[in-house]
Design a protein around this ligand. Structure first.
Ligand SMILES: Nc1nc2c(ncn2[C@@H]2O[C@H](COP(=O)(O)OP(=O)(O)OP(=O)(O)O)[C@@H](O)[C@H]2O)c(=O)[nH]1
Length: 551
């Protein structure tokens, strides 16, 4: 067996160790290279979170690249410390940002839940909000939450690309949601999607110009509902024509301006009309107020109504002059008019009741008046009858001595006025013999026949009465003495000419007369006395004659 010497053995051992060292160095080199690459990649991965951190990472990468050797780079302590501090701060900031993001999603969900969204979308929103609260402090959860939120937002904008947004929702809910989404996504979609540039424009037309169709439809609806005054009609027609054409976004602003000007003009016109109406209403109410005030002196209800009307009219006047919101003003005026109507109804009812009461009173009064009239007529007739009886002789029907006195007073007044007055007293000759011969009743009958004959013969204007017994008296105002004497003579002759018969016997019946003309300076009894004296003379001279007293 060959044995190696000691030097060879140590040389072989050295060479083996050298190879082993070279292999180890190579391995370290490989590890360093891999570590450097890993560090580079990690620093690149960590970039983009914070500006200061990015700066430190760039410095780190520069340091890693600096020597270009395969040796381990010498990283400055300060850089490592700064990097460490920066990473700590960045972590805290990242946590804060995640928290803010979750808070924001939470608030946004809260606000969107107030919107009239379909039930399925609301459920989805509630899920997002719930998870946002669960995943606080969890970066992965935060990212997941952000993803959910973005997906939900995409559904609002383009649901057709996201498929079934509500999962197991009912067909009704689906229809409801689709309707809403169609409207919402259509609007957002049109807003966000640009259209090719119109001819003559280099820029594509912004997507929001598509909402011009919605604006046009809305404006057309508005135009149909507007009450357009005559002087604005032309402007309205022009606007309608523009709206019928396809508007582009360049025209949108001027059309909106024109529409708003028209709306303001219509509102202003309506307001002026309303103010004019209110003013004329005020004038009418004032007149009504005046009428009621004029007739409100005697009736409590009228005074009350006048007060109410005053108050309401003042309210309306302050509304009219106060301006303010037109609709509110109109509503208040209507309210005041309602109050006036109620007051008028009350007033009218009270007036009706009052009129009914007074109509009843008037009817009663009329009834009483009628019965009073009948009563007074009856009394009048009775009085007339009594007066007639008081002033007439019951046997002959001629006026009596009382009537004679009354007539003499009246005619005496005529005498004092300058009219001549004449008197005649007549007495039946030997009347006593009628009573004595044929009885008292025959005497009465003689008195009646004489009275009737005298009355028949007497001319108008001569007053005849029975003074009592068989004595009659006559009075005449005016005329002359000869005429009066002749008239008396005719009476005498007429009585004498009557062929009187009593119990088959022809009987002579005559009258004697005494005549006198009144003197202005004498009294009625003096005139009577002179006439009576003349009668006495006639009797004394043989009866059946007349005697005239000297004037
Ligand atoms: N039947 C009747 N007789 C009456 C009435 N009033 C008076 N006498 C009567 O008339 C009569 C009047 O008579 P005298 O005064 O004497 O006069 P005379 O008989 O008319 O005679 P002379 O006058 O002188 O011509 C009396 O007998 C009375 O009773 C009466 O109303 N009826």
């Amino acid at each position: 067996m060959v044995t190696r010497n000691e030097p060879d053995r140590w040389r072989d051992k050295y060479l083996a160790l050298l190879e082993q060292q070279e292999a180890s160095e190579q391995q370290v080199q490989n590890i360093q290279t891999r570590l450097r690459r890993a560090l580079m990649m990690v620093s690149l991965l960590a970039e983009g979170q914070d500006d200061q951190l990015d700066t430190r990472l760039r410095q780190l990468r520069d340091s890693l690249r600096l020597d270009g050797s395969d040796t381990v780079p010498l990283l400055p302590d300060t850089l490592l410390e700064q990097l460490e501090q920066q990473i700590r701060q960045s972590g805290e900031q990242s946590e804060q940002q995640h928290q803010q993001l979750l808070d924001f999603i939470d608030r946004a969900c809260e606000q969107l839940l107030q919107a009239p969204l379909p039930a399925a979308l609301k459920r989805q929103l509630k899920g997002i909000r719930k998870r946002a609260r669960q995943w606080q402090g969890d970066a992965n959860g935060c990212r997941q939450q952000l993803k959910d939120w973005v997906r939900f937002s995409c559904q609002l904008v383009r649901p057709e690309q996201e498929g079934d947004v509500a999962g197991n929702q009912s067909s009704n809910e689906q229809a409801d949601q689709n309707g809403w989404l169609e409207q919402a996504s259509g609007w957002f979609g049109r807003w966000l999607t640009p259209r090719p540039a119109p001819a003559g424009h280099s820029q594509p037309e912004p997507g929001f110009s598509r909402i011009a169709r919605d604006v046009t439809a809305t404006l057309q609806g508005l135009m149909q509902r507007l009450i357009i005054p005559g002087h604005q009609q032309q402007q309205a027609n022009q606007l309608n024509q523009r709206l019928q054409q396809d508007l582009n976004w360049y025209e949108l602003v001027p059309v909106l301006e024109q529409a708003s000007a028209l709306v303001f003009a219509c509102i202003e016109h309506g307001q002026q009309g309303m103010e004019h109406f209110l003013q004329s209403l005020d004038q009418h109410l004032q007149r009504l107020q005046g009428l009621v005030a004029d007739s409100s002196h005697n009736s409590e209800s009228r005074v009350q109504f006048s007060l109410v009307l005053n108050e309401r009219v003042e309210d309306i006047r302050s509304l009219v002059t106060g301006g303010g919101d037109l609709a509110l003003m109109g509503a208040r005026v209507q309210q005041q008019l309602q109050q006036i109507l109620l007051a008028m109804n009350d007033f009218s009812e009270q007036e009706q009741q009052r009129e009914q009461y007074w109509a009843g009173q008037v009817a009663q009064m009329q009834e009483r008046l009628q019965s009073l009239e009948q009563e007074s007529g009856r009394i009048r007739q009775q009085l007339a009858r009594q007066r007639h009886q008081a002033l007439h002789d019951a046997l002959t029907g001629l006026p009596n001595r009382a009537a004679w006195q009354e007539r003499l007073r009246r005619d005496w007044y005529q005498l004092q006025q300058g009219h001549p007055l004449r008197m005649a007293i007549a007495d039946i000759d030997h009347f006593k013999r009628f009573n004595d011969t044929w009885g008292h009743q025959t005497g009465d009958r003689v008195l009646q026949l004489v009275a009737r004959t005298l009355r028949q013969q007497l001319a108008d204007g001569t007053f005849l009465c029975r003074l009592g017994g068989e004595e009659f008296a006559l009075l005449r105002v005016g005329g002359d003495s000869a005429g009066f004497t002749e008239a008396i003579e005719q009476l005498r002759a007429a009585i004498e000419a009557v062929p009187w018969h009593f119990q088959g016997q022809r009987v002579s019946l005559t009258l004697s007369f005494g005549i006198a003309r009144a003197r202005p300076d004498e009294q009625p009894q003096q005139l009577f006395q002179r006439a009576d004296d003349a009668l006495y003379q006639a009797k004394a001279n043989g009866r059946n004659r007349l005697m005239v007293a000297p004037d």
